[in-house]
Design a protein around this ligand. Structure first.
Ligand SMILES: [Zn+2]
Length: 90
């Protein structure tokens, strides 16, 4: 697992600079639209974003499998649309 995750601004998709050894209180900001968050918050957003993306993928797979079987009804979890200022670039 890479330690140098590239981070993008969720709004304008600009790459965002992160200090080599960020501290939780360091401010991470988009060079274009100036959105800012503490590194701690950004880290949390990236974690949530990845978790949601994985959950959606599993959900889609589950629906497809059950649709093919034709028998069971599947009630997926409702995923709230997350709001992110920053997202991982991968
Ligand atoms: Zn931006």
């Amino acid at each position: 697992m890479s330690t140098s995750v590239r981070i993008l601004c969720a709004r304008c998709k600009s790459p965002v600079h992160v200090p080599a050894r960020p501290r939780p209180a360091d401010l991470i900001s988009c060079p274009v639209c100036r959105v800012r968050d503490s590194f701690e918050s950004v880290r949390d957003q990236l974690r949530r974003y990845k978790r949601e993306r994985l959950a959606r993928k599993l959900d889609a797979r589950m629906r497809a499998a059950l649709r093919d079987s034709g028998s069971l009804e599947y009630f997926p979890e409702i995923f709230p649309e997350g709001t992110y200022h920053f997202i991982p670039d991968d």
